[in-house]
Design a protein around this ligand. Structure first.
Ligand code: HEC
Length: 145
């Protein structure tokens, strides 16, 4: 009996440590999306060795001069503070992008893919690379630790 309790306690501890290291949990469908991004990132660059919250943070805060002549960044709509309500260019409310505040963030693969598609194009005038997408999601999920 005592051994069982010890084994259970060890399992709980290991699970807890794993979740502490990995930050907030991805839903299983977004987990597979991330696995796909990792496979593609590795194919693009064999020295790829995992996503980085720091690079994701840089992508979120970076600004780029658009060919239409105005600076654009992810923060143009999601604001400089991921915990705050954002605004589209026509002033429509966007719930805070941080999953710490909006728990349903980044839980649906279809939604994530759709908005990476639109927003990367709007900001960067190209699609985000698989590595950029994985880095961005890693950064966002780290906010919900
Ligand atoms: C022109 C305004 C705008 C800009 C700029 C913008 N976004 Fe968004 N973003 C939105 C809107 C609108 C939504 C969808 C509404 C919502 O989820 O509340 C959204 C949602 C998302 C989602 C899906 C969130 C989820 O819940 O699954 C991702 C991922 C995302 N944006 C990434 C980015 C990235 C990366 C950038 C910078 C390259 C960026 N966005 C810049 C407007 C913008």
């Amino acid at each position: 009996m005592k051994n069982i309790v010890l084994v259970l306690a060890a399992m709980v501890a290991v699970t807890w440590m794993a979740s502490a290291v990995n930050g907030a949990e991805f839903s299983s469908e977004v987990r597979s999306l991330m696995d796909g991004y990792a496979t593609e990132a590795k194919a693009d660059d064999p020295s790829f060795n995992g996503f980085s919250a720091e690079r994701g943070r840089e992508l979120f805060y970076s600004k780029r001069m658009h060919s239409k002549g105005k600076e654009r960044g992810c923060t143009s709509c999601h604001t400089e503070d991921p915990t705050q309500v954002g605004r589209t260019q026509v002033g429509k409310r966007i719930e805070p992008i941080s999953p710490a505040v909006t728990p349903e963030r980044f839980t649906e693969a279809r939604k994530v893919r759709k908005w990476f598609g639109r927003n990367c194009k709007w900001v960067l005038e190209r699609q985000c690379t698989p590595r950029e997408k994985g880095d961005f999601l890693t950064f966002m999920m780290s906010l919900a630790d």
